[in-house]
Design a protein around this ligand. Structure first.
Ligand code: ADP
Ligand code: MG
Length: 557
């Protein structure tokens, strides 16, 4: 079998080798298993269902939300000599009839359909009557309210698993938020699916976070030696975008503003000038970027805090498409957290508020992290890393490390003892021997860890737990009130086989930090700011009804 999928790869698609994890995914799907693929756009998800479609009997049904995408895929397949077709609202009845005829004659390998079409009664009857190779669900995040592009017509797709229990299902998305992913698995009824998360690392991008002090001065310092390079500066509001662009021009930079409030023509001009390298810097709101595919963007600066780790990843990902070294700089300040929070709280929908506060919370945790930025970022998407990147701000100027093995063992065994059923706040209460009522209600034999951590403050335990989440020893499930769980990496630590070094919080280690070459003379003081932020984050979490921790890595997703 393995040889023949390579033949298919070569002869049909014209490629010489699979990318990880294509081959493994393809083999599983051919074997009839469900798979959930989380890979960035361009990662190569399509092959993961297209090759199995050619190796399994029957037609592969591909659900895709956008007619334009469907058409591109089908045209590409036809060009490779694959029998593919699509059914959507743009077809005239005669065209649709012809597709059905080819299907009935067993001539089709892949059929692309819109989700609303798939679940029409007549179509379902048809599906039940013919052999099906597989279901592929592209843009699977559309099924989740947690995702950024919820589509009601996707929610019915959960029925596929019930109606066709034996047909393998391949769900795909590039939108990788862990919460959304859990929800997708649940909604599609494929909790047993093997989850693949791959390809999120952008090794040529260097990640840096600076405490925001005098942002324009910091920006100017950053740009001083980059006058001739192309870059994007993201800011939160249209007003700020205009203002920063103007100040940059006043300082002699080639900069223009871009936001949704500008006339179409002006926006096109900016985009075009940037593309042709006639313009160096675009100062923009998040409205800029969807359509641009400029290879030589050398840096992306976040003048204000992005609203989620996904947005941050998407936006920084616009740098360095050509593979050359590029930089991501985030200016991170407390005021932004408050602004973001009040914007979120303007929403009428309490569920939306809860979701967005959590996302903001994760973003703040990333910015505050004492662990390698790349590792934290990839961990957020579920890609485990066991080494530091060596070129982010944390790696370049690491916080003081201390052997925290003993404290770590206490936390891990406490999480274990309480049956991996409680959130951080409760675990800390148990560790510190709190007299709270919930704890008293627990059975005595579960509480052998009661009070073993009275030597550290709640704040210190909080910090340790957060680092353990970032480092991938603990998981936190927000779909279940932030319950902490152990990852496989926790086992050797519990057994005392490996030591764990943690970063000493900079707030206590050193308040004033020396200026760094990258910031070109701008003084930073992490400490005080971070302490205030921590308190603030706690408040956000309290109000959102969740503990002040985020999922930064998760062994299963
Ligand atoms: P995604 O759906 O994940 O965004 P695609 O499936 O559209 O990505 O693939 C992105 C690009 O990568 C396409 O041009 C595709 O032909 C190419 N590609 C995919 N797999 C391979 C491979 N194994 N070798 C070479 N090119 C590949
Ligand atoms: Mg795709």
């Amino acid at each position: 079998m393995s040889a023949s999928i390579h033949d298919t790869l070569r002869t049909v698609f014209g490629f010489h080798a699979f990318r990880p994890p294509q081959q493994e995914v393809i083999e599983r799907v051919i074997g009839g298993e469900d798979v959930f693929l989380v890979m960035p756009t361009g990662g190569g998800k399509s092959l993961c269902y297209q090759v199995p479609a050619l190796h399994r009997r029957g037609v592969a049904i591909v659900v895709s939300p956008l007619i334009a995408l469907m058409k591109d895929q089908v045209d590409g397949l036809l060009a490779n000599g694959v029998a593919a077709a699509c059914l959507n609202s743009t077809l005239v009845p005669a065209e649709a009839r012809s597709v059905f005829q080819r299907w009935d004659a067993g001539e089709l390998d892949l059929l692309y359909v819109a989700p609303e079409r798939l679940l029409m009664a007549d179509f379902l009857e048809r599906l039940a009557a013919v052999p099906l190779a597989l279901f592929a669900i592209d843009e699977a995040h559309c099924i989740s309210q947690w995702g950024h592009d919820f589509r009601p017509e996707y929610t019915q797709l959960g029925r596929l698993r019930e109606l066709f229990p034996d047909v393998p299902l391949v769900a795909m998305t590039a939108t990788a938020d862990p919460e959304t992913r859990r929800d997708i698995l649940r909604q599609l009824g494929i909790q047993g699916a093997k989850v693949y998360v791959a390809g999120f690392d952008r090794p040529n991008i260097t990640y840096n976070v600076l405490p925001k002090q005098k942002p324009f001065v910091q920006l100017e310092a950053f740009l001083r030696n980059r006058r001739d390079e192309a870059g994007i500066v993201y800011a939160l509001s249209r007003k700020r975008v205009e203002e920063v662009a103007q100040r940059l021009r006043d300082a002699g930079f080639s900069a223009r503003a871009y936001h949704a409030g500008l006339p179409d023509r002006e926006r096109q001009q900016v985009q075009e000038a940037f593309r042709r390298d006639d313009l160096r810097i675009v100062v923009a709101t998040v409205a800029f970027g969807m359509g641009i595919d400029k290879p030589n963007v050398r840096y992306v600066v976040h003048y204000d805090l992005p609203k989620s780790v996904e947005s941050y990843y998407q936006e920084t990902g616009r740098a360095g498409r050509d593979g050359l070294p590029s930089e991501a700089l985030l200016l991170f300040g407390m005021g932004d957290v408050m602004t973001a929070r009040s914007l979120i709280e303007n929403s009428e929908n309490p569920e939306r508020v809860r979701i967005e506060l959590q996302k903001l919370n994760a973003m703040v945790a990333y910015a505050e992290a004492l662990t390698c930025r790349r590792r934290a970022l990839l961990g957020y998407f579920g890609e485990q890393r066991d080494h530091e990147c060596g070129n982010c701000d944390i790696c370049n100027d690491p916080p003081e490390r201390f052997d925290a093995s003993e404290a770590v063992r206490k936390v891990l065994s406490c999480v274990y003892r309480v049956g991996e059923r409680f959130g951080a706040r409760h675990v800390i209460d148990v560790l510190r021997g709190s007299k709270g009522q919930r704890i008293a209600e627990l059975r005595h034999d579960r509480l052998s860890t009661y009070g073993i951590g009275a030597d550290l403050s709640g704040e210190e335990w909080d910090n340790i737990i957060r680092q353990l989440i970032h480092l991938g020893y603990l998981t936190q499930d927000f779909s279940r009130y932030g319950v902490l769980g152990l990852t496989p990496a926790a086992r050797p630590v519990l057994k005392g086989e490996v030591a764990v070094l943690l970063g000493r919080p900079r707030s206590t280690a050193r308040v004033e930090e020396r200026s760094r070459s990258r910031s070109r003379g701008v003084k930073e003081s992490r400490g005080g700011l971070f302490e205030v932020l921590r308190a603030l984050r706690k408040r956000i979490a309290d109000e959102a009804g969740v503990p002040p921790f985020v999922v930064f890595s998760d062994a299963t997703l």
